[in-house]
Design a binder for this molecule. Structure first.
Ligand SMILES: Nc1ncnc2c1ncn2[C@@H]1O[C@H](COP(=O)(O)OS(=O)(=O)O)[C@@H](OP(=O)(O)O)[C@H]1O
Length: 206
């Protein structure tokens, strides 16, 4: 399959619904990942409005806030998501009993922790779902790396990464939620990130 990336990005890069339709129209297996951070209902709504049964991949690291778990259940029910939950191979209780509490960023255990709760479950999800198209809600304002991204890119393995919301502002996302009656969640923490605006590997590795 040959894709003219510059043409797609130039013509559809700022048309989120058009980009989703284009990507699904490729007729390839697709997934959408979510961590149920703020405004995630937008990407989930956009993709599932276009195709209801797209697998939604969530690596539940076991450290989410109660609000995030409730939000995940609420959005899943409201949108009828085909949710696939990937858990780390050890429970949080097991890990904490043996290794101690969540390691800070400067702790030598931090890399192994991130691998265990996020990267290995995602690698497993990729093996099991074997997608050709990967939708995310990455935004240019997230990090310096993402500010340089294009909405559609192809990684070295041929996986087509589609970020329809790359150029959306928080106001755009808020208005979309209001328009479509979507819930939101601002009580979100990621135990692999000590601070905002940090990459922790998932998108750099894939
Ligand atoms: N736990 C979990 N489960 C499923 N999917 C996840 C997870 N963590 C990250 N992601 C996906 O990666 C997108 C960016 O999140 P992060 O900034 O945390 O990732 S990373 O820094 O690249 O590792 C993130 O962005 P959104 O698409 O906005 O949800 C997801 O697509």
């Amino acid at each position: 399959m040959s894709i003219d990336l510059s043409h797609v990005n130039a013509t559809l890069g700022r048309n989120a619904a058009g980009l989703v339709d284009w990507a699904l129209g490729l007729g390839q297996s697709a997934i959408v990942t979510t961590n149920f951070r703020p405004f995630e209902a937008v990407i989930l709504h956009l993709v599932t409005q276009a195709r209801r049964d797209v697998p939604v991949i969530w690596m539940d690291n076991g450290y989410n806030t109660e609000a995030t778990y409730r939000f995940a259940d609420e959005v899943t029910k409201q949108l009828g998501l085909n949710l696939r939950i990937y858990l780390p191979l050890r429970s949080r209780a097991h890990r904490e009993a043996v290794d101690g509490p969540t390691p800070a960023l400067d702790n030598p255990r931090h890399a192994a922790f991130t691998e265990e709760v996020k990267l290995e479950p995602f690698a497993r999800a990729l093996r099991e779902t074997a997608p050709k198209v990967w939708f995310t809600a990455l935004r240019a304002t997230d990090t310096a790396v993402r500010a340089q991204m294009e909405p559609v890119s192809i990684n070295p393995d041929g996986l087509i990464k589609v970020a329809p919301l790359l150029h959306w502002s928080s106001k755009d996302l808020y208005e979309y939620c209001e328009k479509h009656g979507l819930p939101n969640n601002f009580d979100y923490v990621d135990p692999t990130k000590g601070e905002d605006n940090r990459e922790c590997g998932l998108h750099l590795a894939h």
